[in-house]
Design a protein around this ligand. Structure first.
Ligand code: AOS
Ligand code: ZN
Ligand code: ZN
Length: 393
């Protein structure tokens, strides 16, 4: 990597300062697999303490000013009051995640269930989530459906698509102002034969039908192995339909490990497409969210680590010499084009990020600063009987 000129450096530093990453309330609670949930000391006992942990992450990173909520896991009597508490802590409530997958009624599906009464119940929950958004001031409703079938012939694929379209329409029509509907897809699990929203194409088609304020969410763990996720990013950005990401890492399926830990190069390739499309800043409407579960690692520290991983991938993407890349592409110089990209990826951006943090008045090493702060020791003493995130019950 050649020396960065001062103008480019300024542009990169400003972009990194402007970056926003949303952390998930469920990432702070106890989680696990169906084999075992290992409880950890100091985990939040209620949504207020999850918000407090998210605010702690923001104090050390400076780029995570919102926390995503999950309903019903984070249902409280007064969501406006929770939003007020978040503001006192220096953050805001972000995306509202609907949950229509943990009720006995949803065994055969929620919005695509063959029983109209179950579908009505599910749609009622989605509408309730929008009521909560009205109270919290959240912009985005994120929908992930576990709906699908386990056996060929179990239900009509086509009718389930009709039911899905109808539920999405009723939900979308309830949105007001700047509110958006973000539709997340997932290849499989818990349905193993057919999932009703299995891929970006299905999500995209439904969002296209719905209208301007419906967009697709890419959860990086929701694809078949080997899927070229950055292609999906580029396609959806070009179509104006990328609503955001659920970032996490996977080795096998929906592992929900820390983003950038399994395949940092993939994260860089994704961020490269974001930078090329000038979609990094908050005004572009792409929400960068984490969707992770920290089963064995300390949670707040793991969320901080994840944020740093996203920042490192972003800094590398911002370092790509786009003029040199374009020149190489235009004249068909395959190896030079690839070399330009790899040059940026192979640059150690940690010194640059330390400068960014110092400029922002933060400790240049957020993990070390967090460990020094004694936060984990303090909450471990204060919080007894921490809550399960909701997963792996
Ligand atoms: C499920 O696999 C999806 O990743 C959802 O995004 C997730 O369930 C939800 O947002 C919170 O757990
Ligand atoms: Zn997700
Ligand atoms: Zn997932």
């Amino acid at each position: 990597m050649t020396e960065i000129d001062p103008t480019t450096r300024r542009r990169i530093v400003d972009a990194l300062r402007e970056q926003r990453i949303e952390t998930p309330s469920w990432g702070y609670g106890n989680s696990g697999t169906r084999f075992r949930v290992f409880p950890q000391p100091g985990v939040p006992r209620d949504p207020y303490e999850k918000v407090a942990d998210a605010a702690t992450v923001h104090r050390f990173t400076g780029v995570t000013p919102t926390v995503a909520l999950h309903i019903p896991w984070d249902r409280v009597d007064d969501h406006a009051a929770l939003a007020g508490y978040a503001a006192e802590q220096g953050i805001a409530l972000g995306t509202i995640n609907a949950n229509v997958f943990q009720d006995d009624d949803y065994k055969l599906g929620s919005v695509t269930n063959p029983d109209p009464a179950v579908r009505r119940k599910a749609i009622g929950h989605l509408v309730e989530c929008i009521d909560i958004m009205d109270a919290t001031g959240s912009r985005d409703l994120k929908l992930w459906f576990s709906d699908g079938t386990n056996y060929p012939g179990q239900d009509s694929v086509r009718e389930r698509q009709d039911r899905l379209a109808d539920a999405l329409r009723q939900t979308y029509d309830r949105l007001t102002g700047e509110q958006r509907l973000l539709l997340e897809y997932k290849l499989f699990e818990p349905a193993f034969y057919m999932t009703d929203v299995p891929d970006w194409g299905t999500a995209y088609a439904h969002c296209l039908d719905l209208g301007e304020r419906a967009r697709v969410v890419i959860d990086t763990g929701h694809h078949a192995p080997g899927t070229n996720i950055e292609f999906i990013v580029a396609f959806l950005l070009r179509a104006g339909k990328l609503g955001g990401f659920d970032f996490n890492s996977r080795f096998y399926a929906d592992d929900d490990l820390m983003v950038g830990s399994a395949d940092p190069f993939q994260l860089f390739r994704i961020m490269h497409e974001i930078v090329l499309s000038d979609a990094l800043g908050p005004r572009h409407g792409v929400a960068f969210m984490l969707d992770q579960c920290h089963n064995i690692e300390p949670k707040v520290q793991a969320v901080i680590r994840s944020v740093l991983n996203v920042q490192e991938a972003t800094a590398k993407a911002l370092l790509v010499d786009v003029a040199a890349l374009t020149a190489a592409q235009r004249c068909g110089d395959v190896l030079e084009a690839n070399a330009v990209l790899m040059d940026a990826y192979n640059t150690d951006v940690r010194p640059l990020l330390r400068e960014v943090r110092a400029e922002m008045g933060l400790d240049p090493d957020p993990v070390a600063a967090y460990k020094r702060s004694g936060h984990l020791e303090r909450v471990s003493a204060e919080r007894v009987g921490g809550d399960q995130a909701g997963w792996g019950a």
